[in-house]
Design a protein around this ligand. Sequence first.
Ligand SMILES: Cc1ncc(COP(=O)(O)O)c(C=O)c1O
Length: 311
Amino acid sequence: MIDWRESLATVPVGNTPLVRLRRIVPAGAGEVWLKLESGNPTGSYKDRMALAVVGGALERGDVAPGDRLVEYTGGSTGTAIAYAAARAGLRFTAISSDAFAAVKLRSMDAYGAEVLIEPSEGGKITPGLIARMRDRATALAAEPNSWYTDQFGNADIRPGYAPMGAEIAAVLGERLTVLCAGVGTGGALMGTIDGLEDADCKPDLVVLEPTESPLLTTGTGGPHRVEGVGVGFAPPFLDRARISDVRTVGQDEAVAMCRRLAAEEGMLCGTSTGLNVVAAVRLAVEQGSDSVIATFGVDNGAKYLEGGLFG
Ligand SMILES: Cc1ncc(COP(=O)(O)O)c(C=O)c1O
């Protein structure tokens, strides 16, 4: 039997670079720093939560090697769980759909996951589709030797991101004035702020959402193309009392920023990163040369090459 502790302890997750953006930030603006998470094994910060969830479940004995994890997912989270499951000697069944990028489904499959496809209506992500995926996942998770990872409620997720805050604090310390980022579950943003606060860093927290799905700003979501954020319901991990501000960024601005990041800074990133950087640069301009803004480079843009993000 594989030693899951040793196997999970030897993964190259975290300790990613924090890079200062220079070319796309106008003169006279503050500093903008990007936590470049594309270097994690499956190419996104989701590897941090997957390790925390899988490690926590094994540690408590919720699952044992050979058992099966179950989740409903559109991609990045599922790929990260598939990876952590493979490392730990667990099986993984992902409930997904033809509405999500084919490359993400193939990645889960490549890591040995069973990928069950819930058919969409014409490739659209709709509340009905999500509800069917969730129902199928909870039914499967009730079977013997199966366990629901629960990406929208698992208590291991937020602490799983705390090291990201510690890593940012180690570079910027108390100079950091603002942390801003788009949210899906809110796990990455809240976990990071916990890690920063543990290191006595207390930046303002600015939450971002697509202009086309302004749930936090107006109470109503909507369809948009920024994968992973603005999911149309309240982000379960978001602590609204800790937030300084909520800002919206248009999906076309996010796409344009991805293209600039690739061509001008040499960073190939996904759309949610484009959204993060648009807002970070805006804040750095507004707050002036003394400001220090950090945000997340969530994932690697390579998986969006087929989807037209880069033209
Ligand atoms: C590409 C991408 N960006 C951003 C997010 C948002 O992260 P979180 O759920 O931690 O708020 C996700 C989450 O699925 C994602 O897949």
